[in-house]
Design a protein around this ligand. Sequence first.
Ligand SMILES: [Zn+2]
Length: 198
Amino acid sequence: MMKKNSNETSKNDKIIKNISSILSELGENTSREGLLRTPERYAKSMRFLTSGYETELKNIIGKGIFTDKSSEMVIVRDIELFSLCEHHLLPFYGKAHVAYIPKGKIIGLSKIPRIVDMFARRLQVQERLTNQISNTLMKVLKPHGVAVIIEAHHLCMMMRGVEKQNSKTVTSSMLGSFRTNSTTRKELLSLLNGLARS
Ligand SMILES: [Zn+2]
């Protein structure tokens, strides 16, 4: 345990030193009050924002999967999502909507947002994040189908580059019956749209 802690500290030491030199390179005075502990805070915050690499799926799921005869569509919508774009290390944020059609197994509803967080707390592109969530649910539940839709704002587009402040990126991953059955897909989309209006 002691060893792990001291490794952590020395890993953070490297980040702290490097961020400090980036700040100097940007023309900042790293010894002014507001910046004194910024490299240290940055290291901690980046550790948290990338902590999803170390999260174990089995720890999230625990005993949260149950046998059940239901085969009606389950939708968890408007899951808050915060991630970091791997191209610019700037945040993207928005909402994830996750649906599945059970085939003998259901998952505790609180587990789904935690699976979203596990993949969002990594350096990401929105497309991969969407697929990782759907593939994980497909693997652990073996349901009739899984659908994941993510709508997100990317600060790398809003603050720089094309500066499109209001554009939203939508990605989706449809697996199993959501992919093969257009009626199922339409049912999902009309449920999501209908709920959006209410
Ligand atoms: Zn970006």
